[in-house]
Design a protein around this ligand. Structure first.
Ligand SMILES: [Zn+2]
Length: 473
């Protein structure tokens, strides 16, 4: 618009000048070096204008000839770059839309057009992942390791792949290297805690937890909870290897950090009893029992006393009942002890009270055992079995990652290898994590709901728990 206005203005000026000259006729005479030229003013003006135009044209031509090849090359390169970035953008859009084929095509185009390996490698890796071509994705991730700016991202991709394959050893290596590269980054810090723990490296996991906490990659309450979990496992290992003093210190620390942890309380009580302090052991269990009765505490209550006589054990469990008379757990523990001591009447009385308070499978199983012990496989036993078949399930240590039930607490799920995933709950009541989930990087931190926790390690097949550690690029 401005250009055309400018053009019309110039034409207008020329026309005005021409008209002005025509209206003022006259001649110009040039006498120079024996030459005598005479012409009309208008002709001279036209001549001068023509010469000026020719000079301008010549100057432009000279400029174009001078910078010709360079300018052409620059234009070509700029064109390629534009096309490359367009392909890159379209590729990213295709990745976001889940169009694997288009993503791969644009990735290849961008790779050919752009000299930007960090960006094209990432797109190519994503496209390969989308197509399910793990081998190609691995190749790109490995190529990313060779460049400083993409190394961290490449490690993340390789870590994800290793977890998918269930190769925790390789995953651990990548997580360690990623943490060295970026000590303040969140995902390597959290992944390291889980991977070290899943490998049974309690001390290394604790050190990783320290680093994660320093990097503020893990909330303080979750860090405290996890430290207690690790300390219980460390204490168990120390105790198993005869380092009772260290074991006791570890258990005490775990109990102090998380007084609600059944595992820590049981571990501390057992160690106190083992080092000859049965009274202190009882105190720990008593305190934990008041906070929330639990079958593991009831068992430990009997065990720390070191009683062989079944009748003495009945007396011991009666003390537990005195801590809370309407406690189903206490009646159940006492009913079971009485059953072992062949005190049928006492056993029946407490089991019936437990059934009235919480009619779950465990009490029905003990009632069936009692009926069988008293009257053999008669009608009473069969009736008890029928009631058992329809009884509500009891709470158990359930892995919130894979849903499997464990006989006892451990820091690592023996089935899926998930760290700190066991909760004391009714099986089937927890929503499962990981399975089929598409968790992003933030999902590295397990949920912070930890109802109750209690024991040692294992390494199982890789599964959904690992998927939580598997942030996709
Ligand atoms: Zn599990």
């Amino acid at each position: 618009m401005t250009r055309s206005l400018w053009f019309f203005l110039k034409v207008g000026l020329l026309v005005a000048l021409a008209v002005w000259l025509v209206q003022r006729p006259g001649t110009v005479t040039i006498d120079w070096q024996g030459w005598l030229i005479e012409m009309r003013v208008a002709v001279l003006a036209a001549l001068l204008l023509g010469i000026a135009m020719l000079a301008a044209l010549g100057y432009r031509l000279w400029l174009a000839l001078r910078s010709g090849p360079g300018a052409f090359g620059r234009r070509r390169r700029a064109n390629r770059r534009d096309k490359g970035y367009r392909a890159l953008t379209q590729g990213m859009v295709a990745v976001a839309a889940g169009d694997a084929e288009a993503a791969r095509r644009y990735a290849r185009q961008a790779e050919g057009l752009l000299n930007e390996p960090p960006l094209t490698l990432l797109l190519s890796a994503q496209a390969a992942q989308l197509q399910g071509d793990d081998q190609a994705a691995r190749k790109y991730f490995q190529a990313m390791l060779k460049r400083r700016e993409t190394e961290f991202l490449g490690l993340r991709g390789l870590l994800t792949q290793a977890l998918k394959r269930g190769d925790r050893v390789e995953a651990l290596e990548h997580a360690r290297r990623a943490q060295q590269l970026q000590p303040k980054a969140e995902w390597p810090a959290v992944a390291l805690v889980e991977l070290e723990a899943a490998s049974g490296h309690w001390i290394e996991a604790e050190a990783a937890l320290d680093r994660a906490q320093r990097a503020k990659a893990i909330p303080a309450d979750l860090a405290r909870h996890r430290r207690a979990v690790l300390l219980v496992e460390e204490s168990r290992q120390d105790a198993a290897e005869g380092r009772l003093e260290e074991a006791l210190q570890g258990a005490q620390k775990a109990h102090d950090l998380n007084p609600a942890s059944v595992a820590a309380a049981v571990q501390l009580a057992m160690l106190r009893a083992r080092t000859g302090n049965v009274k202190a052991a009882g105190k720990v269990l008593e305190q934990a029992w008041r906070a929330g009765p639990h079958p593991d505490l009831a068992r430990a209550w009997g065990a720390v006393a070191g009683l062989d006589d079944p009748l003495a054990l009945v007396k011991r469990q009666e003390e537990l009942l005195r801590l809370g008379p309407d406690c189903a757990e206490a009646h159940l523990a006492l009913g079971e002890a009485a059953l072992k001591a062949r005190l049928w009447g006492v056993s029946r009385m407490h089991l019936e009270k437990a059934r009235a308070l919480a009619p779950t499978a465990r009490v029905h199983r003990l009632l069936a055992d009692l009926a069988q012990a008293e009257q053999g496989d008669g009608p009473a036993y069969r009736d008890a079995l029928a009631r058992l078949a329809t009884a509500a399930p009891d709470p158990a240590w359930v892995c919130r990652s894979c849903g499997s039930t464990a006989l006892g607490w451990s820091a690592v799920c023996r089935h899926c290898g998930g760290f700190d995933t066991l909760d004391w709950t009714v099986p089937g009541a927890l929503p499962r994590l990981g399975a089929g989930s598409d968790d992003g990087p933030t999902a590295l931190v397990s949920p912070t709901t930890h109802p109750r926790s209690a024991d040692p390690h294992a390494s199982g097949p890789p599964t959904a728990a690992d998927q939580r550690l598997a942030p996709l690029l």
